[in-house]
Write a protein that binds this ligand. Sequence first.
Ligand code: HEM
Ligand SMILES: CC(C)=CCC/C(C)=C/CC/C(C)=C/COP(=O)(O)OP(=O)(O)O
Length: 485
Amino acid sequence: MIDITDRRRFADLLATTTVAAYVLVALGTAVSTTDSAPTCSTFLGCSSDPAHLTLSGEVLLFWGHRLAALVTGVLVAASGLAVRKAAVGRRAARLVGCVVVLFPVQIALGAAIVVGSPAIARTVHLALAMLIFACLLLALVRTLDDHPREETAPSVNGPASSSGEQSERVSAASDDDIGETATSSERATGSVSRLRRTAGAYLTLTKPRLMWLLCLVALAGMGLATLTGAPLEPTTAIATLAGGVLAIGASGTFNHVYERDRDRRMNRTNDRPLVHDLVPARNALVFGLALAATSTIVLVTWVNALAAALTFAAIVYYAVLYTVLLKPNTAWNTVLGGGAGALPAVIGWAAVTGTVGAPALALAAVIFLWTPAHFYSLAIAFREDYARGGFPMYPVVEGVPAARRHVAFYLGATLLAASVLGWIAGLGWVYAVTSIALGSVFLRSVIRQYRTPTDEVALRSFYVSNYYLGAILLAIVLETLLVAA
Ligand code: HEM
Ligand SMILES: CC(C)=CCC/C(C)=C/CC/C(C)=C/COP(=O)(O)OP(=O)(O)O
C-alpha cells in the first residue's frame, strides 16, 4: 500500500527543491548579465583580492548563486534518495532521476565558467539550469496530481442570482426614489447624483482596474529602450501613457458592449452598466470610438506613427480578435488573447525608438506566458459563472485539475522567460532580487492550490500574479532610473 505520509513529505521536499532551483536559475542569469563572475575567479573559493570582499550588489549575487547552488544540490540529492520511498508515479521518478544526473554536469560546467569562462559553457549552463528547473516543476506537478486530496469545493460564484434581483439592487439606489413631493433642492441633489452615476458608469466601461498594470508594462517597455541609450522625453512618456489609457478604455468599452447579454447571466458581471441600461449601448459604442480616435490622435501627434499603429492594433486585438472571435468560441481564448496584453511592451519600446527590439519582444513574451497563469486561477474560482455565461474558458472545458496544471506550467514558463528577459536586456540585481522574491511567492501560491484546492486559494494566486508582474515591471523601471542617474 502507498504510504501517503511519505508521498506528502516527498511532495513538500520536491516543492522546496523546485523553488530553490528557480532561485538558482534567476541568480545564475543575474550573475551572467551583471558580469559578477570575474569578481571571483577560482572554483569553490575566492582569492584575497579586496574586490571580492567589498559588499556590492554584484558580489552578493555571486555569493548568493554559490549558496543557492549548494542548497539546491543538497535538496536534489535528498529528493533523489527520497523518490523511491515516496512511491510516486514512474514519470515523476524519471524526471527526478534526470535532475540527479544533470546536476553534477551543471556543477562541472559552472567550474569551467569560473576558471576558463568559454562563452559556450555559459550558454549551455543557463540552458541546463532551465531544463533542471523544468524537470523539477513537471515532477512536482505529477507528484501533486497523484496526491489524494479533497475534491474542489463548489465555485465561489455560487448559484445564479437573477439579473432581476440585481436590477432591483441597482434601481433601489437610483434616483427614482425621489418622490413626487421632492423639493427643488432635493431635485438638484438628484441630478447631481444622476450625473455622478452616469460618469461612474462611463468610467466602469473603460475597465480602470486593469490600467495600472498595463501602464506599467508600457512604462517598462520605454525603460528597456532607454537602456540602449535612446533618450526618453517627458512628453513622449506622458503621451504614450495617455494614448494607452485611452486605448484600453476604448477596447474595454467595446468589450462591455459586445458582452452585455452574456454579462447579464454571470454573477461577477451582472451589475455592469450596460446590463442595467445606465448607458445606452449606442452611446457606449460612440464613447468607445471617440476614445479610440483620441488615442490615435494623441499618439500620432506627440509620439510616432509606429506606436499609434501598434496601439490601434491592440484595440482591434482585444475588441475583435479576443472578444468577438476567440472568447466565445475556443478554450484557447486566454492563451491567444494574451497577445493583446503583451503589445503595450512593444508599444512602449516603439514610442522611444520608433522600432521594435529584442528586449521589448522578450518582455512581451513574459506577459504572453504570464496571462494564462494570471487568468486561469480566476477562471477556476468563477468556472460556474463562466459556464453560465456560455464562455468555453479552460477550466470550464477541461476541468479544474487540468487548469491547475496549466497554471503551474505557464508560471514555470513565465519565470524562465523573465530570466531570459534579464539576460537579453542586461538587467541588474534590483530586477534579479525582485523577480526571485516575488517569483518564489507566486510559485508557492500556485503549489498551495494543490494542497488547499479552494476557490479562495485560487483567487489569492490570481492577485499574487498581479503583484508578481507589477513588482518585476517596477524593478525594470527602477533599473532604468539607476542607469540614468
Ligand atoms: C486574455 C487575457 C486576460 C484575461 C482573460 C484577463 C482576465 C481578467 C479578469 C476577468 C479580471 C477581473 C476583472 C474584473 O472583475 O473587473 C482581470 C483583472 C485584472 N487583470 Fe487580467 N486578464 C488578461 C490579461 C491581463 C493583462 C495582460 C494584464 C496586465 C498586464 C492584466 C491585468 C489585470 C489587472 C491589474 C486586474 C485587476 C485585478 C484587481 O481587481 O485588482 N490582465 N483580468
Ligand atoms: C493598449 C491596449 C489597447 C491594450 C489592450 C490590452 C488589454 C486591455 C488586455 C487585457 C485583456 C483583459 C484584461 C481581458 C479581461 O478579460 P475579459 O474581457 O474576458 O474580462 P471580463 O470577463 O471581465 O469581461
